[in-house]
Design a protein around this ligand. Sequence first.
Ligand SMILES: NC(=O)c1ccc[n+]([C@@H]2O[C@H](COP(=O)([O-])OP(=O)(O)OC[C@H]3O[C@@H](n4cnc5c(N)ncnc54)[C@H](OP(=O)(O)O)[C@@H]3O)[C@@H](O)[C@H]2O)c1
Length: 314
Amino acid sequence: MHPGDTLHSSDTLRPDDTLHPDDARHPDDAQHPDGVLALRNGTRHGDVTVPRLGFGVSGSRDTRAAVTEALARGYRSIDTAAVYDNETEVGAALAGSGLARAEVFVTTKVWNVGRDRGDALRSAQESLDRLGLDHVDLLLVHWPNDDLEPCLRTWEAMEQLLADGLTRAVGVSNFRPSHLRRLRGLGGTVPALNQVELHPHHQQRELRDVHAALGIATGAWSPLGRGAVLDEPVLHAIAQRHGVTPARVVLRWHLQQGTVAVPKSDDPARIAANRDLTGFTLDEGERRAIAALDVPGGAGRIGPVPDRVDRIAA
Ligand SMILES: NC(=O)c1ccc[n+]([C@@H]2O[C@H](COP(=O)([O-])OP(=O)(O)OC[C@H]3O[C@@H](n4cnc5c(N)ncnc54)[C@H](OP(=O)(O)O)[C@@H]3O)[C@@H](O)[C@H]2O)c1
């Protein structure tokens, strides 16, 4: 696939190939935690690919320790945000890892208190300063705004940051179909990725169809439902069948769906286990059983409703 090509669902949902733990790395394999997904607006800065499994740091008790552990365990994608107030710790872990900058995919997000073009530009630069980096790989607008004008100004700033090389790709987070259509109506750069709450209780099927139609990759936050989904008996049954944990079943499900998942953990054993996703494949029946866990009407949502997020910013 070439950068700039539209992503089709067939690109992200490949047939189940059984993988063996001893398999060599499969950089472009949709079924592998080390696999990558091409992001469409990589055209400006060459190939931009995001690892299919990343590491989230929202609410980490000790971000530096968690990121250091994650990098040591092989994660090569870190998801932070200005509002998490831990970009400095992420930067310190990256600097201390001994890894080359190009080896780690770094995502951060512009918070939505600033609605002016200048606010967004400033926010991104401050994030870079805290991270100690001269660019990130993906910069997201953290939440949508229902007013068209601020949305337009923020997106103009994102395009400027992309053009200036301060980020290799730009995207959004928590955008609903209406927000995405509005952004498309502006006629500019298509977001590379929309990171949204997505787990077995909140599967976002309509939104994922819109993503496929618009060529936007789907990012999953709270991919484990913050642990709440892991008590589902059906996940325990599937886990038992494969001799793995329910968390590994859920993360394997994300890989097989083609979503880019960023699970968070402070626990070294879980950090390692959450990445151990080869050696088993969910069959059609198991995927159907997980599909049935979706709670209708969006009632399985555990995070804020995007349209009401200004209340968070207040
Ligand atoms: N864009 C947005 O608006 C947005 C919003 C929320 C989150 N995010 C991103 O998404 C990332 C992940 O989301 P999240 O932290 O809300 O939820 P999550 O990754 O679904 O769940 C994290 C919770 O699950 C526990 N956990 C992790 N691995 C486990 C395992 N193997 N077995 C049992 N429990 C396990 C963790 O506890 P321990 O730490 O004790 O292991 C933690 O309490 C965040 O860190 C952030 O980067 C983005």
